[in-house]
Write a protein that binds this ligand. Structure first.
Ligand SMILES: Cc1cc2nc3c(=O)[nH]c(=O)nc-3n(C[C@H](O)[C@H](O)[C@H](O)COP(=O)(O)OP(=O)(O)OC[C@H]3O[C@@H](n4cnc5c(N)ncnc54)[C@H](O)[C@@H]3O)c2cc1C
Ligand code: SF4
Length: 488
């Protein structure tokens, strides 16, 4: 156990973010310098708050089964090398989760029953950022090659995790990505201020040095057929994400100025990295309305603030969650509570329990939207009489989630079945109903989180390794596709 009295004597302390007035003028991460290094002066004492529980519920909260009490203890004892080994034992990319995960481990932490939980996510990011700084993250080149080949389609966190595990197991892995750069939603969805792309680039470099081959600008199903892929490779893994954005088909939807979040965010990400886009969708000087209250909506908010929007309103159909953990989601489950992301600290207004019935406009361009307050009656949202009003908006961003992977093209060509929710169906070994074709990440699970994508990629790799070798795999398998969270 780290400090036996740490959880009593040391209050929870988080890394400080840069002042809002400073950070909204740039695209850098919201922490001063690197988040894991910014937190170093306080992190040993924070790790010392861990009680090394006999039954560590934080393990259960984390889909990866991260060995949290072990690394907390090692950090408290100043053994950073040992902590890195334990961290990498369960997570290929802790610098992604240490920055971007909503940390279901923390809402499951036992200290959190009657005090503030251990700052697990900050300990994680400190271990990995310090390791990168100390040049301890080095390529792990396989000792032998199996002569088996695997095609991975999609380079988001699930595709990267499955590729790294299979490459290290000695297989020849080629990751195909239709975008011009590797990373999936971490490249063109998630903004720089949440995770700078240099963090992604250095991990891709490590994977290249280990032997993973990356082929961007290849849309599988268009540039090469599914048949060609199956002919050339011994196994195929679909890690193509849940990319079809949910729409809002109300009158006026065809007006100009109404865009899916994933039309808007990739452009902003490209420009933040120095690209020149003459027809960029911009929030500058506009009243912006974001429909959808989740992560994607918050990313649109932070981006619109940095672009100099006149006003920003984020709409959510659900009622405002309570500040405290509600009775229906007791510890250790992940509760629906009112959360303030870094973007919400920076500005904008949030409206809850409202629904849009129409977009209005002039000369083909949106100028506002008609909304009303809603109540949940008989399992549906019903407008509250007398609450209808027009909200001005010259830019509307739809951030209402995703309905599944793109069906036309590869999915149809391969003939894999879909589940009732429209995701690619798989068995408990991540296998689709087409022999040799596997699926992991959002494409099979539905819209989810980076931590689940990594856990799925790691587990799918074990199943593919077994299929290729015809014998039990030594790769870890943290989850089965049917696993549902304690959390999220
Ligand atoms: C704006 C936004 C912000 C988010 N923020 C967070 C966050 O802060 N924390 C968090 O945990 N989660 C967040 N998420 C969710 C998280 O990003 C996803 O759950 C995760 O990226 C899913 O990983 P994946 O590998 O399954 O797919 P993706 O990351 O979606 O990657 C799939 C890749 O497959 C490629 N592809 C698809 N079809 C083909 C084809 N036919 N040929 C070649 N390539 C193809 C796509 O171009 C894409 O690059 C966010 C999501 C969005 C949209
Ligand atoms: S539940 Fe909290 S206190 Fe217990 S081992 Fe995990 S991090 Fe430490």
């Amino acid at each position: 156990m780290a400090d036996p009295r740490g959880f009593i004597t040391t209050p929870r302390e988080l890394a400080s973010r840069r002042p809002v007035a400073e950070r909204v003028n740039d695209w850098h991460e919201v922490y001063p310098g690197t988040p894991g290094l910014a937190v170093l002066p306080i992190i040993e004492k924070q790790a010392g708050r861990c009680m090394d529980c006999g039954i560590p519920f934080c393990h259960q909260g984390c889909p990866l089964g991260n060995l949290i009490p072990e690394w907390n203890d090692l950090i408290w004892r100043d053994d950073w090398r040992g902590a890195l080994d334990r961290l990498h034992a369960t997570n290929n990319f802790p610098e992604f989760t240490g920055r971007l995960c909503p940390a279901p481990c923390e809402t499951a932490c036992v200290v959190g029953i009657n005090r503030d939980p251990v700052t697990i996510k900050n300990v994680e990011v400190a271990i990995i950022d310090k390791a990168w700084q100390d040049r301890r993250v080095i390529p792990q080149v396989p000792e032998w090659h199996t002569n088996k080949t695997v095609a991975v389609v999609g380079s988001g966190p699930s595709g990267l995790a499955v590729a790294q595990q299979l490459t290290r197991a000695g297989h020849t892995v080629v990751v195909h990505e239709r975008a011009d750069a590797i990373g999936g939603l971490m490249r063109y969805g998630i903004p720089e201020f949440k995770m700078e792309k240099s963090v992604l680039d250095r991990r891709i470099k490590q994977m290249e040095l280990e032997g993973t081959v990356f082929v961007p600008n290849v849309n599988v199903g268009v540039d090469i057929t599914a048949e060609q892929l199956q002919e050339r490779f011994d196994a195929v893994v679909l890690a193509m994400g849940s990319t079809v954005g949910r729409d809002l088909p109300v009158p006026g939807r065809d007006l100009g100025g109404i865009h899916q979040a994933m039309e808007y965010l990739p452009q902003a990400n490209r420009v933040a990295r120095g690209e020149d886009l003459p027809d960029q969708i911009l929030a500058t000087g506009k009243d912006v309305v974001i429909i959808g209250g989740g992560d994607t909506g918050a990313d649109c908010l932070g981006t619109a603030i940095r672009q100099g929007a006149r006003s920003i309103t984020q709409l959510e159909i659900m009622p405002r969650p309570s500040e405290a953990r509600p009775a229906r989601s007791p510890w250790p489950t992940y509760p629906m509570v009112f959360r303030v992301s870094s973007a919400h600290e920076e500005g904008g207004e949030r409206l809850y329990a409202v629904s849009t019935s129409e977009f209005v406009g002039q000369d083909g361009a949106v100028s506002g939207l008609r909304l009303s307050e809603v109540e949940f009656v008989d399992r549906r949202f019903v407008p509250v009489e007398g609450t209808e009003r027009i909200l001005p908006a010259q830019l509307v961003l739809l951030a209402m989630g995703f309905t599944g992977p793109q069906r036309e093209g590869l999915v149809t060509e391969l003939g894999v079945s879909l589940d009732p929710r429209g995701n690619i169906a798989r068995d408990t070994d991540f296998a689709t109903d087409v022999p040799g074709v596997y699926v992991c990440g959002d494409a099979g699970r539905g819209q989810s989180l980076i931590v689940w994508a990594i856990a799925e990629g790691r587990s799918c790799a074990a199943a593919v390794d077994e299929y290729l070798n015809g014998s039990a795999s030594r790769l870890p398998r943290p989850i089965r596709p049917t696993d549902r969270p304690l959390a999220v």
